[in-house]
Design a protein around this ligand. Structure first.
Ligand SMILES: C[S@@+](CC[C@H](N)C(=O)[O-])C[C@H]1O[C@@H](n2cnc3c(N)ncnc32)[C@H](O)[C@@H]1O
Length: 202
């Protein structure tokens, strides 16, 4: 349906947590002087919007995986449509992959940056949450290079909860990604999503 919408109406589908979380990821990578040729993986890439934004800012080695083949097809369609408009844009690799049962060839790839915007949120809504977290951490441990960054955005978990789930022995907290905007409700200030950066230390 999403692919049909894109093909017929140019509708790319949802940008989860709005455009501001996407901008915070891109700004963080630029401000932290991440090399433009860093290998970047987006886990649960949806329509590939974050990777396309990174490409527009000059990042060149980009891969997205999602367990939903329709998301992979939509990502390929939107990414290729942009390349048709501008042939200087690099190709983005999209691949169908279930984080909970990755193929062994995938586990031998290495990335300098791994992104998650809303994917752990979606995966954690299950009775199987503990097993899923273990599978997620195993994958992360296999594919993130030592010294590499894991950047996760969540609407469900606080900074402390994400630290508890992901801040295990080889992942150190670097920082919380600053909020671009905050909202006010009942006189209290809040941000719409929490972003945390970890670095793999060993
Ligand atoms: C809330 S959406 C976020 C999509 C995208 N990251 C974004 O910010 O627009 C969650 C995504 O995770 C994907 N997903 C959920 N469980 C997954 C799994 N086990 N393996 C890979 N992708 C998964 C879904 O198909 C969906 O595209």
């Amino acid at each position: 349906m999403e692919l049909e919408n894109f093909e017929q109406h140019g509708d790319e589908g949802d940008v989860w947590f709005g455009i501001s979380a996407e901008n915070r990821i891109v700004k963080y990578l630029i401000d932290s002087k991440t090399r433009r040729d860093a290998k970047i993986l987006d886990l649960g890439c949806g329509n590939g919007s974050v990777l396309r934004k990174l490409r527009s800012k000059g990042f060149t080695v980009l891969k997205g995986v999602d367990y939903c083949q329709k998301a992979v097809d939509l990502s390929n369609a939107t990414s290729n449509a942009e390349r048709d408009e501008d042939d200087e844009l690099v190709a983005i690799q999209f691949e169908q992959l279930d984080i909970t049962s990755p193929r062994s060839e995938f586990l031998s790839s290495k990335f300098d940056v791994v992104l998650d915007k809303g994917t752990w949120d979606a995966m954690s809504l299950s009775d199987e949450r503990d097993n899923r977290l273990k599978a997620y951490l195993d994958l992360l441990n296999a594919v993130l290079s030592v010294g590499g960054l894991f950047i996760i955005f969540s609407c469900n978990f606080t900074f402390d909860e994400m630290k508890e789930q992901f801040g295990h022995s080889s992942l150190d907290i670097v920082c919380e990604v600053p909020a671009a905007h905050s909202f006010s409700f009942g006189g209290k200030q809040g941000v719409t999503s929490t972003g945390v950066v970890f670095r793999k230390t060993s």
